[in-house]
Design a protein. Structure first.
Ligand SMILES: [Zn+2]
Length: 296
């Protein structure tokens, strides 16, 4: 019996030298990327190509958030909030943290998930008001896909200005070491007004899901996907990357995940331009995200 000789494995198109050199595309891969990007709206930052997710005459958006990706019409898995009493908790302040009095709540969800919501009581001395804030946020969290809620343990609500914290207008932040999301409610409320609060949460929760050695920006598989795609969909992430490659990669995974979620699960709401641009721009990242978050 003759056995056909197995074909020699083709050389990888992407040379990914993990370390200082990072990853580079081969000439063949660059040509493929150019072909894939033909017809898309392209911007550049510091030599990095960005696919804009809005058509002209709108400006090329900074982030991948779109107010229709998740909104108040989506069902929430949130069930109830239980008072856990007053305690002390660390909040962001200045360049570090400060211990402050806090009201602790435990919110439950239909999938047997519980997330602690900790409200700064020094800023919110009225318990009922603090509980209302916890309930509002818990309702928004319940609209998030189950896959991104697996890593979050606690959400802290504080006012950034009151604690001398300069977030540069950032509405929220993720701290992977403690599986925490910080909500800076002065800016987060602005996101609510522009109907972007859920997208901010999705971005921060994506940080928690993808800020670890086995799933996320630091893995060979994700780095390989970024290089194979050869392009970014977030001017914000590309801008951060130009200054700090590691932090830029971290922002890229969160920003690209929001774009993925919008294009895959909300294509009729974000519109054809957004959805088609994402699909054409980042097919390798999409394939990566589908492994971790295949359903909405
Ligand atoms: Zn971020």
């Amino acid at each position: 019996m003759n056995f056909a000789k197995a074909p020699a494995p083709s050389l990888p198109l992407v040379l990914c030298l993990v370390g200082l050199l990072g990853c580079v595309q081969s000439a063949e891969e660059i040509a493929r990327t150019d072909q894939r990007l033909a017809g898309l709206r392209i911007d550049t930052i510091d030599g990095l190509r960005i696919v804009c997710l809005q058509a002209q005459p709108a400006g090329c958006p900074s982030t991948t958030g779109h107010p229709s990706i998740i909104n108040e019409t989506d069902r929430t898995t949130y069930v109830a909030t239980e008072d856990k009493g007053a305690s002390a908790s660390l909040f962001r302040a200045g360049n570090g943290t400060t211990n402050q009095r806090a009201y602790v709540f435990a919110s439950s969800y239909t999938n047997n998930r519980n997330i602690e919501v900790i409200v700064n009581a020094a800023e919110n001395p009225d318990l009922n008001q603090a509980r209302q804030k916890a309930v509002a946020l818990s309702t928004e969290l319940g609209r998030m896909p189950a896959c991104v809620l697996t890593q979050v343990k606690e959400v802290k609500i504080q006012n950034s200005a009151g604690l001398g914290l300069d977030t540069g207008g950032v509405a929220a932040a993720a701290v992977s070491a403690t599986s925490s999301i910080y909500i800076f409610e002065d800016f987060f409320n602005r996101s609510r007004q522009s109907r972007m609060a859920e997208e901010v949460l999705l971005h921060e929760l994506a940080h928690l899901l993808f800020d670890n050695p086995t799933s996320g920006y630091a893995t060979f598989a994700y780095k390989n996907a970024v290089v194979t795609d050869g392009v970014y969909v977030s001017r914000y992430a590309a801008g951060v990357r130009a200054v700090s490659p590691l932090q830029g990669d971290r922002e890229d995974v969160a920003e690209s995940f929001v774009a993925y979620f919008g294009a895959k699960f909300r294509s009729e709401r974000v519109g054809a331009f957004f959805a088609n641009s994402v699909r054409s721009a980042i097919p390798s990242r999409i394939a990566y995200f589908e492994r971790f978050c295949p359903t909405a």
